[in-house]
Design a protein around this ligand. Sequence first.
Ligand SMILES: [Zn+2]
Length: 85
Amino acid sequence: MNNTKRRLDNCKVCDKLISINANDCPHCGEPNPTAGKKGRDLKKDIKKQLIVIVILGVGGIAIYQYATTTLNNTISNLSFNKKSE
Ligand SMILES: [Zn+2]
């Protein structure tokens, strides 16, 4: 093959370098030796991103609620002080 775009990846079963275009691993015979591995990595990345988004979202809501509560309390205190004068 003279395909210069051919790239290598590790087989998901025997971890040997093979072409990503290989239909089966020349070492252990695993069918689609890189396809499944890629899907798994992608899922892991999506899971990681989801966790980060959830943490940021929950943290953001907590900070927002804390800030809103503190602000409301401050306004209430100011109003109360004004009335009592
Ligand atoms: Zn293999």
